[in-house]
Design a binder for this molecule. Sequence first.
Ligand code: ZN
Length: 275
Amino acid sequence: MNAGILQAALLSMILIISIWVPSLQAMEWSATQGDVVTVDIIAPAKSVNLKCFNRAWPVKLIGKEHWRGWIGVDLKKKPGAYNISWTSGARTVAKDSLVVGKGKFRISHIKVSKKMAVFDKPTLTRIRAETKALKATYKQHVEATPDITMDGKPTEGIESTPFGAQRYVNGEPRSPHSGVDIAAPAGTVIRTPLAGQVLLVANMYLNGNTVSIGHGNGLVTVYAHMQSIAVRQGEWVKTHQLIGKVGSTGRSTGPHLHWGIRFNNARINPESLLK
Ligand SMILES: [Zn+2]
């Protein structure tokens, strides 16, 4: 074998090896409850599947051989180390771990009328049915829209209750706050920060006038306590389309928008998906 052939053979070996060298770089290796972790993957593959928490997460090709993936960490995800892996075809290309830490959430007390805190049987039946219908939308399949991140907040205003706050209603502990509350004058317009399909339009006992929008890729956004709703169930909406107005319907202590996001059913901080 002459030197030239040997060199070519070595070079092609190096190329083959370099093609399969796994590369997984998370912008945030550690995450806290409610975060969205962005994972960058360099792979000359036709498709990439990203897995974490025993489920698949969306990936997008954002440059030459450059994929970006998103993983949602539920508000109550048990702190600890979890496996992240990505595969191409039948081949597992890389594995690593994501360390989830406990979120630091504040305490929030609200005082409401007795009928909004203690429920009789028919009201409880109504609340349960409404909650079930809303939760069903978190798992509803919707054709993926081109984007995953949110183009701004749905309304202008001041954050009145942050994501994850431990709620006390009339002194009694309740579920943690699964979204952000944005206080704004009644009638302020609400626009969807991402295109999608309206999955639910409902007047709920606790959430008041509520809209749920599916964006595909396992993403569902929820808007509650609205004064009025400008969309119909089943309708497709464009990014920044008007969907309703800020109000104080349901269990609410003043005009505000409750904005929540479910990502593969995980309760995540909406701010972690802002562009
Ligand atoms: Zn809220």
